[in-house]
Design a protein. Structure first.
Length: 355
């Protein structure tokens, strides 16, 4: 049995062929399946398997292991290393995903997931924006952080919302990652104005938050990044940074302003999202992203918004929040799609007779 290895360069080549509609469809399908499987666990036990991630501590990293299986799609396990200190390089956290052949049980592919993790996370976030913003035309986006997650989130939102003309990027300091991000974004979206705010400038940060229609945070902060009263009513906030109870990117006050919070997974967020844990959020206060969409049962991947449910969620607060800690089924969907496209395009390194 041969093994296909996809490098970081291979992944960039393959994902560049995905459209925003591809990513939205993948996200709608996988989150709908995740939510329906959670509700009907006894009847649908074999459709999806996504145990909670486990981790081990090394000298410099927290290494996360995320196994998952989606029936008729595939089985994967992703290993991602989160640095203890500020050692993150451009392009995201070190990560690899192993794809298992369902028939033989052997390893079918080994995929570099450094940037792929950001793409699949941003796909879910983009879906949340499409749902809650409806036909609105946002003009200002403010992002906190300068890593791969922010790059993917900004890029996807600009591709789908051409009305966005100003992007503010708030980062702790001027560094190579920020410079690289700004350079890439300006080259890719020449009609958009990109502004960077560094050094903890409170007045500039306040203005960036107040002007934003969409706010994205992807940091490891343990304290709120901005005040709740800076956020204007109607703003959509996307939180993807915290994954431990000690991490908090926004305040309890802002969480409560949202009323019901949209999440990727209730169970995962209630274990890991510090912002939600601190508010003592109950399952009833959370609504899963997959509960906001209807997906066709003919395997076409066609989906529609459950507009009545979305409107009901929006009516519970004066802002909307999507909180994501990441779930393994997202990796199954994006990685198997990437491997399939790579096979079609003849991309990757093949190790013959690997097994």
């Amino acid at each position: 049995m041969s093994l296909r290895i996809l490098s970081a360069a291979n992944i960039r080549q393959v994902t560049s062929s995905f459209s925003t509609s591809d990513l939205l469809r993948q996200s709608a399908v996988i989150f709908s399946l995740l939510s329906s499987s959670t509700k009907a666990a006894n009847d649908n036990a074999e459709a999806i398997s996504s145990p909670h991630r486990t981790s081990i501590q090394t000298a410099n990293h927290t290494v996360l292991f995320m196994p998952s299986r989606v029936k008729d799609t595939g089985t994967t396990i992703k290993v991602v290393s989160v640095p203890m200190m500020d050692k993150v390089k451009d392009g995201g956290l070190p990560a690899s995903t192993m794809v298992i052949d369902e028939e033989t049980g052997g390893t079918k592919a080994l995929v570099n997931a450094r940037s792929l993790t950001a793409v699949r996370t941003a796909g879910g976030s983009l879906l949340s924006s499409v749902l809650v913003l409806g036909g609105a035309k946002p003009t200002h986006l403010t992002a906190f952080g300068a890593g791969a997650q922010i790059s993917a989130h900004i890029s996807l939102h600009l591709r789908l919302f051409p009305s966005i003309r100003t992007v503010n990027i708030v980062n702790r300091s001027v560094n190579a990652r920020l410079a690289s991000l700004m350079s890439t974004l300006k080259a890719d979206f020449p009609v958009v104005t990109f502004l960077s705010i560094t050094g903890g400038d409170p007045s500039a940060t306040q203005e960036a938050v107040k002007s934003a229609n969409i706010i994205v945070t992807a940091t490891s902060s343990t304290a709120p990044l901005f005040a709740s009263d800076w956020v204007q009513p109607g703003t959509h906030i996307i939180l993807v940074g915290s994954y431990k109870p000690s991490m908090h990117e926004v305040s309890t006050e802002l969480i409560r302003r949202a009323g019901r919070v949209i999440v990727d997974s209730r169970s995962a967020c209630l274990q890991e999202a510090g912002e939600l844990i601190d508010t003592q959020a109950t399952e009833e206060k959370l609504v899963e992203l997959g509960e906001l969409v209807s997906v066709a049962q003919d395997n076409s991947g066609e989906w529609t918004a459950k507009r009545d449910v979305v409107n009901a969620v929006r009516a519970t607060g004066d802002v909307t929040i999507f909180k994501s800690v990441g779930v393994g089924v997202q990796d199954v969907m994006i990685t198997t799609a990437v491997v399939s496209r790579a096979e079609e395009l003849g991309i990757g390194t093949i190790v013959d007779d690997y097994d």
